[in-house]
Design a binder for this molecule. Structure first.
Ligand SMILES: O=C(O)C1=C[C@@H](OP(=O)(O)O)[C@@H](O)[C@H](O)C1
Ligand SMILES: C=C(OP(=O)(O)O)C(=O)O
Length: 428
């Protein structure tokens, strides 16, 4: 599907963005393992999180889904059953990696597959440590890619140092460790999103976090919960950047999760000179949330690398848009993980921003941008089927001179089906 975007004269209004994708996946999976009925309010109704519900149903979870409310009746840590067909994880890396960890610890056979994009994303990162725990997992291309065939069994806990900061791998191992023999100790090189740790603790798991090390003692049953999923900061990011860049903008984004392991985008935009205020801060269901007010302002270039990268990894495509319109040079390094997302996001940013007139140089682990708002012009660009690339290009279109035509815009349904409606409403 094509969308045409023209330069905006100002974004105004109050919005709510899509519910948090990471929290929605986890709330569903953990509820399926709890004993009793959990209720998830404000569940993200988007392709990725629907994939998770469909897979959990095949694993025997009893799920009622009425608009954004999901009720899941779990039968405890041993309550799931062997699925009679392939678990289709669609486009969702989180679904595949977390469920691989879960299925590895059940004494049955599971096959997990995905779409064209997901079946090209690296899976050794979960297979390797799960194999150390005793699981038997085969995958295409020597275990590198899905489809995966998992022959699960009672696993042994491990002590494992994650080579890359990945909340998906961390969560897969914690799921595998919930009912393993002996403790599971995981160390991260830098902190990645910690929703799994917060939720498992709230549900009664014996899990301790000490800096970058997580220790899980197995065998505790999980208690059912009432979850309220906040707005997704990764979805809010598109409108934060849009409002910062388009002159005469003033918006309020209500009820967004601002967990510090996710909120790197706020720190970076503020350092670039954006006018952002966090209002009405509170904690809901163990997660900090706030309303985010953003006004337009002049931005300056910035360098990003090191420990902040995992805290804004999914926001780098839209940060590149902010960098393209900022004054001066911006550099992103240490973000090689972007190459193994829904598409190679470094390649996609460099090629499509380049088409729109941006001076950008590709690096193995990031890029360098010479910001100059005057040079940004409309062009025909494509999403490569990647939701975050599609939405970032839409934000580019709001500041470009002339018309921007984006191909592959249906990709937004992966994480943010209401994106185009909200954009139309804000831009008037
Ligand atoms: O755990 C999660 O919910 C996610 C973790 C990140 O991936 P990695 O674990 O591969 O870093 C992120 O990019 C993805 O969008 C969601
Ligand atoms: C990388 C993403 O998700 P996943 O890994 O779950 O496909 C994303 O949403 O940007």
């Amino acid at each position: 599907m094509l969308k045409r975007i023209i330069k905006s004269r100002g974004l105004k209004g109050e919005i709510k963005v899509a519910s948090d994708k990471s929290i929605s996946h986890r709330a569903a999976i953990f509820s399926a393992l709890a004993r009793g009925e959990s209720v998830i309010h404000n569940y993200l109704e988007a392709a990725d999180t629907i994939s998770t519900l469909n897979c959990l149903r095949l694993l025997g979870a009893k799920i009622e889904h009425n608009s954004a409310e999901v009720r899941i009746k779990g039968e405890g840590l041993h309550g799931l059953k062997e699925p009679d067909t392939v678990l289709d994880c669609g486009n969702s890396g989180t679904t595949m990696r977390l469920l691989t960890g879960l299925c590895a610890s059940y004494p049955f056979f599971t096959v997990l597959s995905g779409d064209h994009s997901l079946n090209r994303r690296p899976m050794k990162r979960v297979i390797l440590p799960l194999t150390l725990m005793g699981a038997e997992i085969e995958g295409r291309a020597n275990g590198n890619y899905p489809p995966l065939a998992v022959k699960g069994k009672r696993l042994k806990g491990i002590k494992y140092d994650l080579p890359v900061a990945s909340a998906q791998v961390k969560s897969a191992l914690l799921l595998a460790g919930l009912d393993a023999e002996g403790e599971t100790v995981i160390s991260e090189p830098v902190k990645s999103r910690d929703h799994t740790e917060r939720m498992l603790q709230a549900m009664g798991a014996d899990l301790k976090v000490d800096g970058l090390t997580i220790t899980l003692q197995p065998g505790k049953e999980l208690g059912p919960q009432e979850f309220l999923v906040p707005g997704d900061i990764s979805s809010a990011a598109f409108f934060m950047v849009a409002a910062a860049l388009v002159p005469h903008s003033e918006i309020l984004i209500k009820e967004v999760g601002i967990n510090p392991t996710r909120a790197g985008i706020i720190e970076v935009l503020e350092k670039m000179g954006a006018c952002i205020k966090l209002e009405n801060r509170r904690t809901v269901g163990g997660e900090p949330i706030a309303d985010i007010a953003v006004k337009s302002s002049e931005l300056k270039g910035i360098s990003i690398e090191g420990e902040i990268v995992p805290r804004l990894i999914d926001e780098i495509p839209v940060l590149a848009v902010a960098m393209a319109a900022a004054q001066g040079t911006s550099v992103v390094r240490g973000a090689e993980e972007l190459r193994v997302k829904e598409t190679d996001r470094i390649r996609a940013i460099v090629s499509e921003l380049g088409r729109m007139g941006v001076s950008i140089v590709e690096l193995e682990d990031g890029f360098i941008i010479e910001g100059d708002r005057e040079k940004i012009k409309g062009a025909e660009v494509k999403s490569f089927g990647d939701h975050r690339i599609a939405m970032s290009l839409a934000v580019m279109g709001l500041i470009a001179e002339g018309e921007t035509v984006i191909e592959g815009t249906e990709a937004v349904n992966i994480s943010f089906p209401g994106f185009w409606d909200i954009m139309t409403r804000l831009a008037g």
